[in-house]
Design a protein around this ligand. Structure first.
Ligand code: ZN
Ligand code: FE
Length: 259
């Protein structure tokens, strides 16, 4: 199926999490991506008259699976997660692997294995809708912390996401963009696209508007973690330009201690 069929709704919960509903207009089936909590998700689906048929989990952290059990109890939905992480995904019914396809009615997502933030992190790519649900791997102007993975794993994971089309909408799981922006400007002060984007981000946040989703094309042009193979980024962290893993590791290390 190459026709777009999804309506995506963003639900802000907790401090800075985003939960998503992805509703397939053709079949009426609806997926929840990374329910941190249950009640606001069930309420939003009910308000729209959408029947929740699936939960798609990107990884096992509590702010991504916390609502699994209550939503499953209320709806009887299937729960999709990474097979090798099954014991850490509450209520999992469908164990998926890299490259596998997941259907939500007529909408089809490809599972992309992107270890680094956790050892079992996956992303869901709905190609026909140009919708990427990437959890805590790629953020607007940032990337996830390396809790269980290494730069040697995370850099290829980010490269896989970077290989998707510029028009892909990046539905990440947190609103971290303002602080990511402050850090990104310490890496590439002279990046005109970053400065221009920074003005838009600042204006949106001043009105408490979401900066997510972004377009993957703008991440490619402005997100320092996707740009570790750029000479400008290597130079900014004082490393030679021929070792992107080392550059990525150093940019990530600097962000870890940035305040
Ligand atoms: Zn996480
Ligand atoms: Fe998270």
């Amino acid at each position: 199926m190459t026709t777009p069929t999804l309506d995506v709704v963003q639900i802000p919960v907790l401090e800075d999490n985003y939960v998503y509903l992805a509703h397939d207009r053709a079949s009426g089936q609806t997926a929840v991506i990374d329910p941190a909590v249950a009640d606001p998700v069930l309420a939003e689906a009910a308000r729209r008259g959408w029947r929740i048929s699936h939960i798609l989990n990107t990884h096992n952290h509590g702010d991504h699976v916390g609502g699994n059990k209550a939503i499953q109890e209320a709806t009887g939905c299937r729960i999709v997660g990474f097979g090798p992480d099954a014991e850490r995904i509450p209520g999992i019914t469908d164990r998926v692997q890299d490259g596998q396809r997941v259907s939500v009615g007529s909408a089809v997502a490809e599972v992309i294995f992107v270890p680094g933030h956790t050892r079992g992190h996956i992303a869901y790519w709905f190609a026909a809708d140009r919708a990427l649900f990437c959890g805590d791997t790629l953020f607007a102007l940032g990337c996830g912390r390396l809790f269980e993975g290494t730069p040697q794993q995370m850099w290829p994971s980010l490269q896989r996401l970077r290989s998707l089309p510029d028009e892909a909408r990046v539905y990440c799981a947190h609103e971290y963009t303002a602080s990511n922006l402050r850090f990104a400007l310490t890496v590439e002060q002279d990046n005109a696209a970053l400065r221009e984007r920074g003005e838009r981000v600042t204006a949106l946040r001043a009105r408490q508007q979401p900066t997510v989703p972004s377009l993957l094309g703008e991440e490619k042009a402005t997100n320092p973690f996707l740009r570790a193979d750029r000479p400008s980024v290597a130079a900014a962290v004082g490393l030679p330009p021929d070792d992107p893993v080392a550059v990525f590791a150093e940019v990530r290390r600097r962000k870890d201690v940035f305040r």
